[in-house]
Design a protein around this ligand. Structure first.
Ligand code: FAD
Ligand code: SF4
Ligand code: SF4
Length: 397
């Protein structure tokens, strides 16, 4: 897309004030659009003689798309363990690969992690590209970006899925930019577009008011990051096996600019929401921040992580890494206990795929009860200590 001034310009200057980015100058009595133009289009309608036009740039993509095949999943791992999101994406990737009649491959980068390939095969992978080197032992963006870019150039996948985790959100766009392809970030749905056979990437847009489905027709690979816990992990089938393709690392340790000096775990099990099997979450209904102790006590007995609504986070009762919802984390535990949370659509967007939802709220009409499997109508400060005591007794017996 480009915005241009044609020879019809009569030099009235109306467009100069209309441009919100100060991107139009008058030169020799004609409007001139500078590099500051964002192509917003605000000037087009202001020209009285229709001398400003938007032009689609002709796309010349010299790419043989038929060379690109197979669906890849980036197998994010940490301290020798596969992240749940990698397994979730293998489950979804399997469905895409089957619909496209292609193979599903995992991309495993690290050091001494070959054992994780078994998990990838059990979750549906046909192949695993394994790159091991001491300098790749921990995620670092220079080393991992160079490695994934090198793999793409050598093996030409058609689709790449990454988790929308901190690392996936760092790695995906860097790789896409170097390869010159697009990336749909933070997807909540995947499918195949019937007309084109392309991957249909679905993600919330405009503050979650609409769901946008995005295609990548002109470039390969088609890339996207997918929120953790949106999809269920497939049931592992350890009778499956596959091919390990060992690829030597081409990373020069001297090219890794960011060095990890120390790792400080600020996130304990209590805030590891994306991997949690049980979550106890608190909302504004707790009344005062001190009442979060009731949520934490129940979480401790159940071995659960602690979540929070945005209202509780905005009030400073819990740090943002505990927030569940559209602008927080998407979670999918076996049990989600919502305490004093009304059930606003933005909160539900982050937890409604939980297996069992239990809601405690003093308002019987609270919308959270519409999605809850079990509901307790009562005051949180009275109900939570009773539940905690009862669970303690059950555990002791
Ligand atoms: P409230 O809506 O105030 O609900 C409190 C509930 O507690 C009520 O149902 C009340 O009946 C109950 N209650 C009160 N006292 C007691 C008591 N003593 N015992 C038992 N129950 C009691 N929200 C999120 O959570 N996550 C998000 O990621 C998120 N993203 C957003 C993004 C956008 C763009 C927007 C516009 C909003 C977003 N929100 C998000 C905010 C969301 O709309 C709600 O405002 C928020 O979820 C409300 O939090 P709450 O349920 O804790 O508070
Ligand atoms: Fe300014 Fe937008 Fe016109 Fe560009 S398209 S010149 S940014 S008003
Ligand atoms: Fe030229 Fe149109 Fe801008 Fe007037 S509004 S200066 S005619 S481009």
């Amino acid at each position: 897309m480009a915005v241009k001034v044609t020879n019809e310009c009569i030099g009235c200057g109306a467009c100069v004030t209309a441009c919100p980015f100060g991107a139009i100058e008058m030169r020799q009595n004609k409007a001139y659009i500078t590099e500051a133009c964002t192509m917003c289009g605000a000037c087009v309608e202001t020209c009285p003689v229709k001398a400003i036009i938007r032009e689609e740039e002709k796309k010349e993509v010299a790419m043989d798309k038929t060379e690109y095949k197979d669906v890849w999943v980036y197998l994010e791992n940490e301290e020798g363990k596969m992240r749940n999101v990698a397994l979730e994406l293998l489950g979804e990737g399997r469905k895409l690969a089957d619909s496209m009649g292609q193979k599903l491959a995992g991309v495993l980068i690290g050091n001494n992690i070959e054992g994780l390939a078994k998990e990838a095969f059990a979750a549906g992978a046909d192949q695993v590209y394994l790159v091991e080197a001491p300098e790749l032992a921990r995620y670092n963006n220079d080393g991992y970006t160079a490695t994934v870019v090198d793999l793409i150039k050598s093996y030409k996948p058609s689709v790449i899925l990454l988790g929308a985790t901190n690392n996936g959100r760092d790695l995906g766009p860097r790789v896409a930019c170097r390869i010159g392809t697009g990336l749909t970030a933070d997807c909540t749905g995947l499918g195949i577009d019937e007309e084109t056979g392309l991957v249909a990437w679905t993600r919330p847009a405009f503050g979650g008011n609409i769901m946008a489905t995005i295609l990548c027709p002109d470039h390969r690979p088609q890339m996207g990051t997918v929120r953790p816990s949106v999809f269920k992990r497939p049931v592992p089938d350890y009778s499956r096996s596959g091919e390990i393709i060992r690829v030597p690392s081409k990373v020069n340790p001297a090219d890794i600019r960011a060095k990890i000096i120390d790792i400080i775990h600020v996130c304990t099990a209590s805030c590891n929401l994306e991997e949690a099997e049980i979550i106890v979450s608190g909302g504004r209904g707790l009344g005062i921040p001190e009442n979060f102790c009731y949520v934490e006590a129940l979480a401790e007995v159940l071995g659960a992580s602690v979540g929070a609504s945005r209202a509780a986070v905005d009030a400073g009762w819990k740090p943002p890494l505990h927030q569940v919802g559209q602008t927080g984390k998407t979670v999918g535990p076996k049990i989600y206990i919502a305490c004093g949370i009304s059930g606003a659509i933005q909160h539900l967007a982050g937890m409604s795929s939980s297996d069992v939802i239990i809601a405690i709220n003093k308002d019987p009409e609270a919308p959270i009860f519409n999605v809850a499997d079990y509901g307790i109508v009562g005051d949180i400060v009275e109900v939570l200590p009773i539940l905690t005591e009862e669970f303690k007794k059950i555990k002791a017996s």
